[in-house]
Design a protein around this ligand. Structure first.
Ligand code: SF4
Length: 497
């Protein structure tokens, strides 16, 4: 009986059917305005979350109590029955639900592996590092994903080499079929009106532009987006997954991170759909492996590390990066002051879409923050607020560990710092940039190329024992004009380049 199951409180990132134990289970949905008032989120992120919540409330009808209140505490004060909730996705929310006497907290859902699975895997490693590649292979074996018996499908675990090709020469677009786009409805109109009103009465401030909704907010939309991706874009996803083109914001990426992180898709069904595409001969193994790696590798791994590390992890600052994230970056270059094309294009994408793909995030935006020595906690907060798919659990380990190397190398074996040569190879940005990726000193000096050496010079002592940096640190010792580079970049500091 549905009533025996109790009312299930669904957070706004637990909106899919797998967060219920029975189809007709009573539900509580809470929309808290204060959640958006505390920090400046991207306008499209607020729209996406509100639209998803309100669509779910309409879909569930009388099965759901939908409470719109200033705070979660105020919402819960209106509920006079016991609740159950699946483990929420942040430490703060976890503490909050555990404090509520009337709420029973169940294990978290929404990932391929459980917290217990990860704990067992980590415990069995002894003193060995928690490496993504090892975790990913373990999950593939245990869940029999892309496996032919005991052999990885296609004969290899890793197709990164095939999937790291530069963009096609002489083309401003990748040429992948267009992504699936949603059609807005009256709920989106109502959300837009509410957000306009909140902004007008000054109770909430946003960054980024309003724009057409680009991501799925219902289960049915999410399934359409998944099906469209697997049918039309997955076959061409792999080869250029690390490439960047100024004229192609979406390349062949799935755009499924937003509906996945709203809980609208079960990651296992996403992985199974991709594997089926390979098994039926529709998509090549390199593309499918690269995509599956994103889901059961990166996504699950990041989730588990968020809970595995202590809560002080988010405040780590191993490279002693103390500069504040500047306003032009916080505002997503709203005034158009950035001349460096890679940076201005990546910030434009975030401003217009609330989204940029993983290489823009890691090798342009995160790389620049790392080189400039911006505070990792502020960079983490920026990524969380500015991206439609950004949540605390996603960003803490990804930014502190992966992107900013602020954990001293617990997660990544070397800092993701790169100069203009990498960006020039993997994009078409440099051709029409006022800077030159080969120049380190003078008015044409590429801020990424010069910034790379400034970063290394500042941190040479701290990174001395990192064997993966042995070569560039050796080069640094005899680099022509390094004193000039350091002075120049110190002066450039955090100004818009
Ligand atoms: Fe970016 Fe430097 Fe290339 Fe300009 S020259 S696009 S700043 S990497």
């Amino acid at each position: 009986m549905a009533d025996d199951l109790g009312r299930r409180w669904l957070f706004a990132d637990q909106l899919g059917p797998h967060f219920l134990d029975q189809l007709r289970q009573p539900v509580l949905l809470v929309e808290s305005r204060n959640a958006f008032a505390r920090r400046r989120f991207h306008r499209q992120k607020a729209h996406l979350v509100l639209s998803a919540l309100r669509h779910r409330a309409v879909e569930l009808g009388r099965q759901a109590r939908f409470v719109q209140a200033d705070t979660y505490t105020a919402a819960l004060a209106q509920i006079d029955e016991p609740l159950t909730v699946c483990g929420p996705t942040t430490h703060a929310a976890q503490r909050f639900v555990e404090r509520q006497e009337s709420v029973t907290v169940l294990p978290a859902r929404g990932f391929v592996t459980s917290r217990a699975d990860f704990a067992n895997w980590a415990a069995n490693r002894g003193r060995r590092r928690l490496l993504l590649e090892d975790f990913y292979r373990d999950v593939r074996v245990r869940r029999e994903i892309l496996m032919d018996g005991t052999t990885p499908a296609g004969g290899r675990w890793n197709f990164d080499h095939d999937n790291r090709q530069p963009p096609p020469r002489g083309s401003s677009r990748l040429g992948a079929p267009d992504p699936w786009w949603p059609e807005e409805d009256e709920i989106d109109v109502q959300v837009r009106d509410d957000l306009d009103r909140w902004e007008r009465d000054d109770s909430v401030g946003f960054v980024g532009s309003d724009g057409p909704r680009r991501f799925a907010v219902t289960r049915s939309e999410a399934l359409s987006a998944l099906q469209h991706f697997v049918e039309h874009r997955l076959p061409v996803f792999g080869a250029h997954e690390d490439a960047m083109l100024a004229g192609d914001d979406w390349m062949a990426h799935s755009l499924l991170s937003a509906p996945l992180n709203l809980g609208l898709l079960d990651p296992l069904e996403v992985v199974e759909a991709a594997e089926e595409s390979y098994r039926s001969g529709h998509a090549p193994i390199a593309a499918v492996e690269g995509f599956v790696r994103q889901i059961i590798g990166w996504r699950d791994w990041t989730w588990h590390l968020y809970w595995h590390f202590d809560q002080e992890y988010r405040t780590r600052n191993a490279l002693n990066a103390r500069r504040h994230v500047p306003d032009w970056f916080q505002d997503l270059d709203a005034e158009g002051n950035v001349q460096a094309r890679c940076l201005s294009e990546s910030l434009r994408g975030v401003r217009e879409n609330g989204w940029a793909h993983h290489i823009q995030r890691l090798m342009i935006l995160g790389n620049y923050a790392l080189q400039r020595g911006w505070r990792p906690d502020q960079v983490t907060d920026w990524f969380h607020r500015s991206f439609v798919d950004g949540y605390d659990w996603v960003m803490v380990t990804n930014v502190v560990g992966m992107s900013q190397h602020a954990d001293g190398g617990l997660l990544a074996t070397k800092p993701y710092a790169a100069g203009g040569a990498y960006i020039n190879k993997m994009s078409d940005y440099c051709g029409s940039c006022p800077y030159d990726p080969k120049v380190r000193v003078g008015p044409d000096a590429c801020p990424f190329s010069a910034g790379y050496w400034w970063f290394l010079s500042r941190n040479a002592e701290r990174l001395r024992d990192n064997h993966r940096l042995a070569r560039p640190l050796k080069q640094l010792e005899t680099l022509e004009g390094i004193e000039e580079v350091v002075l120049q970049e110190h002066d450039r500091g955090s100004e818009a380049p």
